[in-house]
Design a protein around this ligand. Structure first.
Ligand code: SF4
Length: 249
């Protein structure tokens, strides 16, 4: 029998804590996005590292338009390390912030050549000291190229984690650490991909489609604006008179 308190007020009972919801949420998302994977086209760790640097403030689709020509022109870390910076800038220009990105890519590859024999190191600590590489980029590379699980906190993962009540943090590193506590380690990389796909398909930044969302029953929708009530139309003179009559009767 439903609790009278909630039944009478027609309110849903409170949701279980995040630790109890995250498993069922992930199971539902797994069914909806069975092929969840990295959307950046790449053939090796170096290509994914560079594609991920380019994806900052840019869509994966745009990066995927740029990288075929880029990776045809420069194949190794040595190629990038010794490239003409102006040529590199032109090749990545349409991804935005291209001067900074080109600078980071070349500087990054200089370190790869000088310190790591031209290879991308399979270590978070080694990756995050490379120019233009933060924990997000490092976790993308580790999870997708080296099978080292990592939570990738991009704009979608951050937003969805807060709406789903899995974290209250805005800082991506704090979100990552909190999700690492909640999600089983083997699922870290795939869970990130599923949240990203769900953010692109349904839980949009501006207007999430909660009515079509498969995890709606498990989501507190933190920070999601509910529909404003339509403004009452001004009463017509005839209706006002009728109301007045009712009031005096
Ligand atoms: S119910 Fe709404 S806010 Fe929650 S995950 Fe689904 S779309 Fe996003």
């Amino acid at each position: 029998m439903p609790c009278a308190r909630y039944h009478n007020r027609m309110e849903a009972p409170p949701l279980p804590p995040a630790r109890e919801r995250v498993g069922p949420i992930d199971a539902i998302l797994t069914r909806h996005y069975p092929e969840a994977a990295c959307a950046l086209t790449h053939a090796n760790p170096l290509q994914l590292l560079i594609a991920t640097i380019l994806s900052a403030q840019c869509t994966d689709a745009r990066v995927n338009l740029v990288t075929p020509a880029l990776f045809a022109r420069f194949r190794t870390a040595q190629d990038f390390a010794t490239c003409d910076i102006t040529e590199l800038q032109q090749l990545v220009k349409s991804t935005g912030f291209y001067k900074n990105k080109a600078k980071h890519i070349r500087a990054c590859c200089v370190i790869l050549v000088e310190t790591f024999g031209g290879e991308v190191p399979p270590s978070l600590d080694d990756l995050v000291v490379l120019p233009g590489v933060g924990r997000k980029t490092a976790n993308v590379v580790l999870g997708n190229c080296f099978d080292i699980p990592g939570i990738t906190v991009d704009t979608h993962v951050g937003r969805l984690s807060r709406r789903l009540g899995l974290t209250r943090h805005e800082d991506p590193v704090k979100v990552e650490l909190e999700l690492m506590e909640l999600v089983p380690q083997p699922e870290w990389t795939a869970f990130s991909h599923r949240l990203i796909l769900h953010g692109r398909a349904i839980c949009f930044a501006r207007k999430p489609r909660c009515e079509a969302c498969p995890v709606a029953a498990l989501c507190p929708k933190v920070g999601v604006a509910t529909k404003a009530k339509p403004k009452a139309k001004p009463k017509s003179r005839q209706k006002r008179n009728a109301d007045d009559t009712d009031a005096t009767d």
